[in-house]
Design a protein around this ligand. Structure first.
Ligand SMILES: NC(=O)C1=CN([C@@H]2O[C@H](COP(=O)(O)OP(=O)(O)OC[C@H]3O[C@@H](n4cnc5c(N)ncnc54)[C@H](OP(=O)(O)O)[C@@H]3O)[C@@H](O)[C@H]2O)C=CC1
Ligand SMILES: CCCCCC(C)=O
Length: 442
């Protein structure tokens, strides 16, 4: 008899739990915090939310919702985090999942045993520990919570925080603020802070193809058709998208932004409709990377790689997140430099029964991908679908990693990158292949 442990009740954990629930597969779901929604629950008492007060998702409503539970029609194209958390609340209530989730319970350790099962140790809110046995474990603990903070020579005497701790701009009013990193957090935070700060600097170690939320009046992810993603050769996609962007937005150097050294679609998208305006208004000043903290200006001077210097009161490191699974021993799973070795970014090739949901970063939203991953994992747990051999999985992992390396710029933010539709299709194909193999063997 199989019994599954789902770890986490964020957007990925709840869709995994829902899939087991509707299939009648026995499972427990443990959530550290007192509610569902993970990152999308502002100030989540799990400590795992890095959402800032003004956060709106940058993938559109239609593309992020679960297939069998549409978002309310009165939601805007790009919902606020509070609306997204409400949607996840409604989802668990609609599918009768709330009672199936054990809240305020932290998974401390998952240990694979010699007989192929797993021992899972938990601690509840009263500090009481328990140990249970499971045939399968589904890890859905999120990958945007452990800050990645770079170091530079010298010491900075001002305020320094990672973007994951940033909530709102008030405390930066009248200050000189430096935001480092030109991902989505860096752009959002620099824009927001610049409205109250004395000066705002946005520093980056390379240029990005800054993409507006709307192109030609349509949310970007609704403009690019699934057919194009699936069937057009990459170079043609790059030509069409790059041309559309140049026409709609103009050249980046016009805004003192460095032109990227890579082609469009070769990086995780940085989406902002505000940044160019705020540079144009003189509210945000673009800088290259930090070189060192010189110690001048009462320990607040920053020397940049182009030789310019600025005294700043605060630095926000919007430098991304490390993938961490603290309840697995490093010999079971470790993401050094964010590299993961999972078949289709889901299945652990060495430990049968150990799965990861939502450990992907798409051009597009994670939720529908987590939904399809959950269906595949449920098929595997139910014995409806066979996996390739260990060696075949390792070969597949190597092949996918190599394709990702060729496609995306070298960065620890591009280790779990997928293209939404091709990845979705790949999961479906794998489910069909595994089901055929199971049927043949029966
Ligand atoms: N509105 C929304 O929906 C939002 C979504 N997000 C999502 O959350 C995830 C995390 O985004 P984010 O927090 O922006 O992190 P990212 O990892 O996406 O971006 C980090 C940025 O910091 C730079 N960086 C990292 N290390 C250094 C360093 N040592 N020196 C200089 N620069 C450095 C990276 O450059 P390099 O590329 O060279 O590594 C990159 O520009 C993404 O999936 C993003 O799309 C985030 C915010 C808002
Ligand atoms: C602040 C980080 C928000 C991350 C939102 C995603 C994962 O799309």
């Amino acid at each position: 008899m199989r019994r599954v442990c789902v770890i986490g009740a964020g957007s990925s954990g709840i869709v995994a739990a829902k899939t087991f629930h509707e299939r009648g597969v026995p499972f427990d779901c443990f959530e550290k915090g007192s509610n569902v929604g993970g990152l999308w629950r502002y100030e989540n008492d799990s400590g795992a939310s890095v959402a800032y007060r003004s956060l709106h998702i940058n993938t559109s409503r239609a593309k992020m919702q679960f297939a069998d539970f549409p978002m309310p029609r009165d939601y805007p194209d790009f919902p606020h985090h509070s609306q997204i958390a409400r949607y996840f609340d409604a989802y668990v209530d609609h599918f009768g999942l709330r009672d199936r989730i054990t809240f305020r319970t932290t998974v401390q350790r998952v240990e694979p045993l010699a007989d192929g099962t797993f021992r899972v140790e938990t601690t509840d809110a009263t500090g009481r520990s328990e140990s249970r046995a499971y045939t399968d474990v589904v890890v859905a603990n999120g990958h945007h919570w452990h800050p990645r903070v770079p170091t530079f020579p010298g010491t900075f005497a001002g305020t320094a925080l990672h973007a994951g701790r940033y909530r709102s701009p008030e405390s930066f009013a009248g200050q000189r603020v430096l935001v480092l990193g030109v991902g989505n957090s860096g752009c959002d935070i620099a824009c927001e802070v610049s409205r109250v700060a004395d000066r705002t600097f946005l520093a980056m170690r390379h240029g990005v193809h800054l993409i507006p939320k709307y192109l030609f009046g349509r949310p970007l992810d609704k403009l690019v058709s699934p057919w194009m993603w699936r069937h057009l050769p990459l170079r043609l996609q790059q030509f069409i998208f790059g041309t559309a962007l140049r026409v709609a937005r103009g050249k980046l150097k016009r805004f003192h932004l460095p032109e990227p050294r890579h082609r469009i679609l070769e990086e995780h998208p940085t989406i902002s409709s505000d940044l160019l305006n705020l540079i144009g208004h003189g509210r945000v000043t673009v800088k290259p990377n930090i070189q060192e903290f010189t110690g001048a200006a009462d320990g607040r001077e920053v020397l940049f790689t182009d030789g310019t210097r600025e005294p700043v009161d605060a630095i926000v490191y919007a430098t991304g997140y490390d993938i961490r699974v603290p309840f697995l021993a490093p010999e079971v799973f470790e993401a050094r430099d964010n590299e993961v070795r999972l078949y289709k970014l889901v299945v652990h090739p060495e430990h049968r029964g150990l799965y990861f949901i939502g450990l992907v970063q798409p051009w597009g939203a994670i939720m529908p991908l987590a939904e399809e991953q959950s269906k595949w994992v449920a098929d595997l747990v139910e014995g409806k679908c066979a996996l390739p051999t260990r060696d075949e999985m390792l070969t597949g992992i190597g092949r996918d990693r190599e394709a990702m390396r060729r496609r995306y710029t070298a960065s620890s933010r591009h280790t779990i990158q997928v293209d939404f539709y091709p990845y979705l299709d790949g999961l479906r194909k794998e489910r069909r292949r595994g089901a055929r193999e199971t049927a043949r063997a029966a």
